[in-house]
Design a protein around this ligand. Sequence first.
Ligand SMILES: [Zn+2]
Length: 623
Amino acid sequence: MRRFLSCCLVLCTFTLHTHAQSLYMPRDIQRAYQKGTRSPDGRPGKNYWQNTARYDITVRAMPPDRNIRGRETITYVNHSPDTLKTLTFRLIQNIHQTGAARDGDAGADYLTSGVEIDSFSVAGQARPTNWAGPATVKVVPLAKPLLPHDSVRMQVAWHFPISKQSGREGMIDPTTYFLAYFYPRVAVYDDYAGWDRIAFTDSKEFYNDFNDYTLRVQAPANYIVWATGTLQNPQQVLQPAAAKRLEQSMTSNEVIHVATAADLAKKSITTQAPMNTWVWKANDISDVTLGLSDHYVWDAASVVVDPATNRRASMQAAFADATKDFHSSVKFGQNALGWFSRNWPGIPYPFPKMTAFQGFADMEYPMMVNDSPQEDLGFAQFVQDHEIAHTYFPFYMGINESRYPFMDEGWATTFELLIGRVERGEQKANEDYKQFRMGWVSNPAANQDLPTITPADELKRGAGTNAYGKPSISYLALKDMLGDELFKKCLHEYMNRWHGKHPIPWDYFNSFSNAAGKDLTWFFHNWFFTNNYIDLAVEKVDQAKKKSSVTIQNIGGFAVPVDMKVTYADGSTETLHQTPAIWQADQRHATVPLNAKKTVKSIELAGGIFVDANEKDNKWTAK
Ligand SMILES: [Zn+2]
């Protein structure tokens, strides 16, 4: 650490570049900076690299048979400077095996026999696999090491039974399947941790490279398939009228019913061959997912997501006709795609499509969400907005969710609030935020106030708090302190530097300090590296003829904004907004000047969504 600091002081001319080094940095991350794969100003380093692959996948589903069969060709490209003697594979479906390490319990309907590998070859040579057993991570020795800048071609055939109980994937009903994490994939090998071998234990999420995919899904006639990517052969798999409606939806603001219940009853949607092969392509994307059903209806429309080019994105929904809220899914989705593109984060929706699929998960995938039905339409929109917001984090930004989920959930939670204020009104959105995202403040038992930077795979009870509410409210505190314009400039700088790559928290911290042109280290240390929580108190009020002030004590420690409601003896009131900047000099006490011409009768601190753990000490009244 110290050696790194001195070498950096020599190299860097801007003092800004050296500030972030006062933030704790784990030793594996320090090595990445030493190797120049990441730059102290927050940019990818001159030696930055990441690996990639091409996946050509064919998968077959024949409901109600639960067996899913797949084969794939993977061309894995080693852009690293390292010679790889092994590859690491992920078999996420093994989470369903009896004996798999899991964060929660598993009922009988969740359990399956897991993934069975039928064949595996490397460079055309059949290789034995030792892939039995419930582990979700498998290390494969290579007969011939994979040299830097070389690639290796592998073929895998596998099968697994889809689980009856559906979570992020599984059976939705006997003839509706949602397939995610359904193919063996190469784990991420990166510049700071090497092979990502963090076991998938269900509650934590994922970390993927950006790959190119061709996905072929074989399903019987009258099964519609929805998937990540652009459908390559609508004319082959759809009857002409249905294909035409789908095409019309690509330029239609109005919702088009591509497949209604009546269409499905008439068997007038899919081509009437025994099996149809649906082909999708998606490039430079972190995953592919699919849903299929013989009775889900299909809505579609589109919306302009890039006013500069008039580029439209398709919004589609697949659901049981009887599910009320999903009939609004496409309208809600058009609004979300457009709003996120124009406002927050204010970057055009980066994909050609989004499909909302009715399931149970409330989960995001690239170009797809799997959401549970909701009685309350407003809540349905809230959930769908959140999942669509994930398009930016983790998918556009390549976040390591298993180690740093605050880098994606925190942002999705922030965007969910900001869009919700427009959709449901500021008061209702703020109430929802306090209810769903800020409960941790007054519930110390649910969270040991562990620093947000703590790798999530080391956490159990505190993981949710550290992934959602705590980082989200930190982003909102920073927005309050910098103001919307500067905050957005910093956010865009960070996103432009790192989209399609693998940013880590220090890239976020350093990019924001660098783009803001001011040292924000104190702020990031306060929010990410401490055991702070939110609790302010009025410490004292000094009233003198020429100079009056109030001193606020920061008991919890987080650098939050606050509204001070001041009531004067003459009955007048004013609200003085204080940004988190008041905590920069002294993070425990801040003295704020008051109008000395009037006598103060009472002062009340109001945090709003910055929920205060103890509001009893937030009020001062003159004796
Ligand atoms: Zn989320």
